[in-house]
Ligand binder design. Structure first.
Ligand SMILES: Cc1cc2nc3c(=O)[nH]c(=O)nc-3n(C[C@H](O)[C@H](O)[C@H](O)COP(=O)(O)OP(=O)(O)OC[C@H]3O[C@@H](n4cnc5c(N)ncnc54)[C@H](O)[C@@H]3O)c2cc1C
Length: 447
């Protein structure tokens, strides 16, 4: 049970048991007597893909920030993950990356990472959450609408099991972690809080993933590959060793370069990658799970922070706030960033006896600053291609040159390479790459 000195409320309700929901429920369990997680899917007892997380069949790599956050929320998380079969690897040394026509040097920067399927990751975190005595996961139970008995506040949710009656659950705080399927931004407009401005970039991305069984000679191997074709060819492939001596192979492409959904076309696409390593690794392997595709038309960011009015008792987290281009692997770690901000704010309130009033006034600007940083860092990748749609700022050309230059500089300069990876993993702010000497050298290489 939570430390009674830290209790801020009787009940928190977390909507959705995806990555944001699990992180958020873990945090909330320290500040509320009771936490109820409402999840529409029936949750499987074993790691398995499920309808509510259709992207779960695709490759999911948790950045180092996200790993650290889960270790903070659920101490022992990394040990649990390896016990469950996650493959421990060094991101700088074991991940072989081919971009801009060259292989990046493999360097040991002490960036430990774990490769596993998304269902295994979720399963591991869920098991840790279920050990908290004040947390209940109500699965097979769908959120229907918010309850707002008092004007200007959300005080509960109305939910329903399939074929069942509606049930009202009251709460001191409702946390929307329903991912891309959340309708909270529309709800704000319909209930008088104002229309939420949404920034969008059309990326027309398709991922396709198949799961292979390693050969006996490949067992225990922990190296992965990321191979990007030469821009403006948008095709790429990624191969990661995962649990059960498997390889997860994800192919991606944008606009007219989408990967095929059947095995023969999948292998032909793999063969057309700029380097043969992925094709050579999988070409003779047994297919354990055939191709599953996921279409992602856009990246978006709901600007809740710009609303003049916002309900008390409610906060959005994870993809219900912003859905990023998965190419940078930011989404799950951003979900943990919001959860960590919530943790910090609740800890502050518990210390000062501040209660929950006006929590959103502190929370929304904090998460907007983090979302802005992630959004901006992906702008050159999202808008480089002429077919991508979205606002192109006047400095886009300079930013594209800088992106190219920093990539080239990191090949020859180990310290810059280390900083680039640490920024990518959210361990340093992007500003560390804006040091005058780095910018000058990067721009000189780019032109
Ligand atoms: C193709 C692809 C690849 C990706 N790769 C990566 C990667 O490598 N690294 C990374 O960090 N991120 C990656 N992401 C992003 C990542 O999937 C999301 O950022 C992350 O899952 C967000 O977590 P979430 O909890 O907000 O949403 P989700 O994980 O999608 O969970 C939402 C939950 O809400 C539940 N739900 C929905 N509606 C209701 C309702 N009415 N009632 C109750 N429950 C409901 C759903 O069933 C689900 O469990 C990728 C995304 C895609 C599309």
């Amino acid at each position: 049970m939570p430390d009674t000195n830290r209790i801020l409320g009787g009940r928190a309700i977390v909507l959705g048991a995806g990555i944001a929901g699990l992180a958020t429920a873990g945090v909330a369990s320290s500040y509320f007597r009771e936490v109820i997680v409402v999840e529409r899917d029936k949750l499987p007892a074993q790691p398995q893909t499920r309808p509510g997380v259709p992207q779960g069949q695709q490759i999911h790599n948790l950045l180092r920030f996200g790993i650290n956050a889960f270790e903070h929320i659920f101490p022992g998380f990394q040990d649990r993950l390896t016990t469950q079969g996650g493959v421990k690897a060094d991101y700088g040394k074991d991940m072989r990356v081919f971009t801009n026509g060259v292989w990046h040097p493999q360097r040991d920067f002490g960036l430990t990472t774990y490769f596993q399927s998304r269902p295994l990751l979720e399963h591991t975190i869920r098991m840790a959450l279920q050990e908290r005595p004040n947390v209940t996961i109500r699965d097979g139970f769908g959120f229907e609408s918010f309850s707002a008995a008092r004007p200007g506040a959300i005080d509960g949710v109305i939910c329903r099991a399939p074929g069942g009656a509606e049930e009202l659950l009251q709460a001191d705080l409702v946390l929307d972690c329903m991912g891309r399927g959340s309708h909270s931004s529309e709800m704000m407009g319909k209930t008088g809080y104002g229309d939420v401005e949404t920034q969008r970039i059309g990326i027309q991305l398709v991922y396709a993933t198949a799961f292979f069984r390693k050969s006996p000679e490949q067992q225990g191997k922990q190296d992965g590959f990321l191979i990007l074709n030469h821009f403006p060819d948008t095709r790429f492939g990624a191969l990661l060793p995962i649990e059960n001596e498997g390889y997860l192979c994800t192919l991606g492409g944008q606009f007219s370069e989408h990967p095929p959904r059947e095995m023969e076309g999948f292998m032909a696409f793999t063969r057309a990658l700029a380097q043969p390593e992925i094709y050579e690794t999988i070409k003779d392997l047994e297919v354990m799970q055939p191709v599953k595709a996921y279409r992602l038309p856009q990246a978006f960011w709901h600007r809740y922070d710009k609303l003049a009015h916002f309900p008390e008792g409610f906060l959005p987290l994870g993809d219900s706030v912003a859905g990023y281009n998965p190419a940078l692997g930011q989404g799950m770690s951003m979900a943990t960033k919001y959860a960590m901000i919530l943790d910090e704010l609740l800890a502050g309130r518990a210390k000062t006896g501040g209660g929950l009033k006006n929590l959103y006034t502190e929370y929304l600007p904090r998460i907007a600053a983090e979302a802005q940083s992630a959004w901006e860092s992906a702008i050159p990748i999202n808008l480089a291609h002429p077919e991508a749609t979205g606002d192109r700022s006047a400095d886009l050309k300079q930013r594209l040159l800088f992106m190219k230059g920093i990539g080239l500089l990191s090949l020859e300069d180990e310290e810059v390479h280390r900083l680039v990876l640490r920024v990518r993993h959210f361990l340093e702010p992007p500003s560390v790459l804006l040091r005058e000497d780095i910018v000058t050298r990067a721009m000189a290489l780019a032109v």
